[in-house]
Design a protein around this ligand. Structure first.
Ligand code: ATP
Ligand code: MG
Length: 736
């Protein structure tokens, strides 16, 4: 084969990286400059031009989807099946390693993965058993603490918590949590990485084997590796492997999860012979989009600095739409997509990106109303749905009776008379004697610690699991799944419920049987068996391969999960202060820069058209917020932007004058009226000193009236509630 064809479709700099001599290398470049393309071509080059065996290559990608694509492309180039090649995410690869060396990693063969939802439930139970108040110790905080420590490679024994009493308790929670996981054969996501790293450190023969094997290590999206991931790569590479990392400091968006952009510097120190190659041409976005993104990110200090250009045409300006509220915003976006679709565009070309998952619901509704198919990428996942997790709980406990998380999930689902009191006895027994819940059942039954009725119920549950296990032993996975759904009573329970939701749950359960039927155990994981393979697949790859992945559908996702992807049409929704940048980021200074990088990531996903929307008021997280457009909008020079106005608009004067950018001072459009008309705006004649009454706060006296129009506010001193500032449009104040 003519290896020079491997350089087709690459510019000089890219080609230089692809065919560089076998050494370590850093490809540092901005969005859309072809980093991922270079990495893929490099793999093919190593095999075809350098004669390297696919078994000597380890490639780390950011998502399972990216891994599958890369594998496919390599297979295409090489013309052979590459299923045994190690391409995957950090979690996927580490998991594979732990499966292969479960004994060396001190894990039972049937260990299961605890997803973050199950992890949180488990932590809640532990807090309860420790009699800790979950106001003072919010379960999510404890979860963050545990995962944060694991991401830094720290076990409880490594932590000195003597200084802060709060941390002492968190540490205790960590310890108890870890003991429970170990007893039950459960590993959480952070644990997968930590164990894999410890495997290197504790089992030199295992490490030596892989060091001998992997001569080439390639990592995409390197800027988002955390300490433990870096350490894992560092140890594996030793002083022989060639490591190629590609990344972009401007796209580092997981600092909040412990990712360390400093790893880029650390890499250059640890691999002093590494060359740095910079790519500067962007092939993804039209000039307007690229230039606007460059301007935005230039507001961040301390960048490594890159100069990205494109020879693409200016293209369309960035659309900016100010919506009245989140419903108006969703309607607007959906109508634009619908227009695009009517003109022959495909839905899959359209992505709606948002800062918070909670924003998706309204968008979904608007899409449903219009009858447009959509897909939530990496969001609400099939395998995360309640009924699916129930079903998986049965499969898990059949695979491993000591799986406490699964036990808790299914022991009384459907209800079988095992109540809170019985469970408390089981939990206490388990804790006191260092047993798993299943073992505690055995002990409690043997010692007749339960009233007869409860005892029978527990025995009934155990018999059911054992019988299911026996009956399904020789069945193929899908029949096993179907049998479990029928005989556990789970399907019957949802069938008996009425309504659409229950119907959807039954359909999901049926879909699970299909999922089991189409599940193919990867060759490299054959030893673990079909059932365990399926369970791990569910926990690890959830969401990325949703059933409707192939139908033409609008793509919905958070900005975080959009990393590395590209779409002709991108809508960024909810670009408002307090939402994006998020409130939390605003409270912590250094987080603002990360939010700006996230905005840069979002904007640079767009190839042809970028539309940014924000709403003047938004109902989210169960409350109503009024906010200003995000500072990020103001950071985009006006020359790249086209403020979108609807044809039916009637101009009313803007109430805002605070923006230095003239775009915000233009007359704004007439928005759909809210349910409560502006009966109490400035024209209603509220003035200082006036007595008013409010349905909740009671009587009070107006102190001040600020602004005009829909955003006018009134400050009232209520007799019983003190001073409150309210939006006049919504406060429904009556004068008295
Ligand atoms: P990100 O930072 O967003 O991950 P990236 O640097 O990995 O981006 P790629 O996804 O590899 O960039 O490439 C962006 C787009 O440009 C892709 O559609 C890719 O196929 C295309 N592309 C890359 N290099 C070239 C080239 N030399 N000629 C034409 N198209 C290219
Ligand atoms: Mg990429």
């Amino acid at each position: 084969m003519d290896v020079s064809s491997l350089l087709d479709g690459l510019n000089d700099k890219q080609a230089e990286a692809v065919k560089a001599p076998q050494t370590s290398m850093l490809v540092l470049a901005g969005a859309g400059s072809g980093k991922t393309r270079v990495l893929t071509h490099r793999i093919a080059w190593l095999m075809q031009a350098e004669g390297q065996s696919p078994y000597s290559i380890l490639a780390v990608t950011f998502t399972n989807k990216a891994a599958a694509e890369m594998r496919e492309r390599v297979e295409h180039v090489v013309g052979a099946n590459m299923s045994r090649m190690w391409i995957g995410t950090f979690h996927g690869l580490a998991h594979r390693l732990l499966r292969t060396h479960y004994q060396d990693a001190n894990l039972p063969q049937s260990f299961q993965i605890l997803d973050s939802d199950d992890q949180l439930r488990m932590i809640k139970r532990i807090l309860k058993s420790m009699n800790l108040d979950d106001k003072q110790y919010p379960p999510r905080q404890a979860q963050g603490y545990i995962n944060g420590k694991k991401d830094q490679g720290l076990r409880p024994k490594h932590i000195d918590a003597s200084i802060f009493p709060i941390e002492q308790n968190l540490l205790k929670i960590y310890q108890i949590y870890q003991d429970s996981c170990d007893r039950a054969g459960l590993v959480d996501f952070a644990e997968i990485l930590l164990r894999a790293h410890e495997l290197w450190l504790n089992k030199p023969h295992v490490l030596a084997h892989y060091q001998d094997r992997f001569k080439h290590i390639l990592v995409d999206e390197f800027q988002d590796t955390n300490s433990i991931q870096y350490a894992w790569i560092r140890v594996l590479a030793g002083d022989k492997a060639n490591v190629m990392i590609v990344g972009d400091d401007d796209q580092s968006i997981y600092g909040w999860r412990g990712a360390q952009v400093e790893n880029l510097h650390r890499f250059l120190q640890d691999f002093p012979t590494a060359n740095t190659i910079r790519l500067e041409q962007n092939y993804r976005s039209s000039a307007n989009i690229l230039n606007a993104s460059n301007e935005l990110i230039s507001n961040n200090p301390d960048r490594l600095g890159k100069n990205l250009w494109t020879d693409d045409k200016d293209g369309e300006p960035i659309g900016l739409y100010c919506a009245f509220n989140e419903l108006d915003e969703a309607r607007f976006i959906v109508s634009r997509i619908s227009e695009w679709h009517d003109n022959g565009g495909d839905l899959t070309s359209c992505a709606i990106l948002y800062r918070s998952n909670a924003q998706s619901r309204v968008l979904e509704e608007a899409l449903l109303n219009k009858g447009l198919a959509y897909r939530i990428y990496g969001g609400l996942r099939f395998f995360e749905r309640q009924e699916i997790k129930d079903a998986m709980g049965y499969l898990r406990i059949m695979s491993n009776k000591d799986d406490d998380a699964a036990f808790e999930r299914v022991v009384n689902t459907p209800p079988r008379g095992i109540g809170g009191r019985t469970l408390d006895i089981l939990r206490t027994t388990a804790r006191q004697h260092d047993l798993t819940l299943w073992q505690a059942c055995l002990q409690v039954l043997e010692q007749k610690m339960l009233p007869a009725r409860a005892g029978n119920a527990v025995r009934g549950f155990m018999d059911l699991i054992v019988k299911l296990q026996q009956d399904t032993m020789d069945m193929p996975l899908y029949r096993l799944t179907d049998t479990v759904l029928q005989h556990s009573g789970l399907k019957g329970m949802y069938q008996a419920e009425k309504g659409e939701k229950a119907q959807a749950r039954v359909e999901n359960l049926e879909e699970l049987v299909t999922a089991a039927r189409t599940f193919e155990l990867p060759e490299e994981l054959e030893e673990m068996g079909e059932l365990n393979g399926f369970l791990s697949h569910a926990a690890l790859e959830a969401g990325e391969g949703q059933a409707d992945a192939f139908t033409d559908s609008v793509q919905l996702m958070t900005l975080h999960s959009a990393k590395g992807l590209e779409f002709p049409q991108v809508f960024m929704a909810g670009v408002e202060e307090g939402l994006f940048p998020s409130k939390m980021a605003l409270e912590e200074g250094d987080r603002l820069e990360e939010e700006r990088r996230l905005c840069y990531v979002g904007m640079t996903r767009a190839m042809e058209k970028l539309t940014i929307t924000y709403a003047e008021s938004r109902r989210i997280y169960g409350r109503e917020d009024y906010s200003r457009p995000s500072r990020f909008i103001k950071e985009i020079p006006a020359k790249y932007v086209d403020e979108i106005r609807l044809k039916t608009q009637v101009s009313i004067p803007s109430s805002r004058t605070s923006h230095s950018d003239s775009r915000f001072n233009k007359p704004r459009m007439q928005k759909p009226q809210p349910k409560l008309a502006f009966t109490q705006n400035h024209e209603s004649g509220l003035s200082s000193g006036q007595k008013v009454t409010h349905s909740k706060f009671g009587d009070g006296k107006v102190l001040d009236v600020e602004g005009s129009g829909p955003r006018a506010q009134v400050k009232v001193n209520f007799d019983d509630y003190g001073v409150k500032t309210l939006m006049i449009a919504y406060a429904k104040l009556e004068t008295i």
